[in-house]
Design a protein around this ligand. Structure first.
Ligand code: PNS
Length: 161
């Protein structure tokens, strides 16, 4: 059984993330999307909200599950008995930090292999931060996120939750 973990902040999940998830679930038997908790960041969405938005957006993908973890990513992979770490790779700007993380993770746990999936060109520019910025400033984010995420951002911006 090939179990892959796709980690990230997912604050919130974008169409770029979903593209990586959909493509991963064709490659692996099981894909666990892991919302990583970083207490030094101030996210727009709580961990529970991020998990719920991801579950809603991936509900039609039978071999995808969503979980969360605080601490080392490698510890989560050991807990999940996963040997594959999936990362999406956008433009050159992602390369340096991803190379660093993959190298550190390789040292921490050589049995785990990081697999990079290149983003589709239409999502090259997309990030959760830019979506939050455009959404907060009242721009149209329908091309960047699923409907449930668009509504959730609007509610945050409108101060409804
Ligand atoms: O969506 P992001 O914010 O780019 O995801 C980054 C993330 C959460 C995957 C990365 O920060 C991470 O792996 N955090 C866990 C902490 C860890 O294991 N650090 C040491 C190895 S890099």
């Amino acid at each position: 059984m090939r179990i892959a973990v796709y980690p990230g902040s997912f604050d919130p999940v974008t169409l770029g993330h979903l593209d990586i998830i959909e493509r991963s679930c064709k490659l692996f038997d099981k894909v666990i999307v892991a919302v990583m908790i970083n207490s030094s960041k101030r996210p727009m969405f709580s961990v529970d909200e991020r998990v719920a938005l991801l579950r809603e957006a991936t509900k039609n993908l039978p071999n995808v599950s969503v979980d969360c973890h605080e601490g080392l990513l490698i510890d989560y992979l050991k807990k999940a008995d996963a040997k594959i770490l999936v990362k999406g790779l956008r433009a050159i700007s992602d390369f340096e930090s991803e190379f660093q993380m993959a190298s550190v993770n390789q040292k921490l746990c050589p049995e785990v292999e990081t697999v990079f999936i290149m983003t589709r060109t239409e999502y090259m520019y997309l990030s959760s931060s830019i979506v939050k910025e455009v959404g907060t400033l009242g721009g149209d984010i329908t091309n960047f996120v699923t409907e449930n995420v668009r509504v959730a951002i609007e509610q945050k911006v409108g101060g409804k939750s």
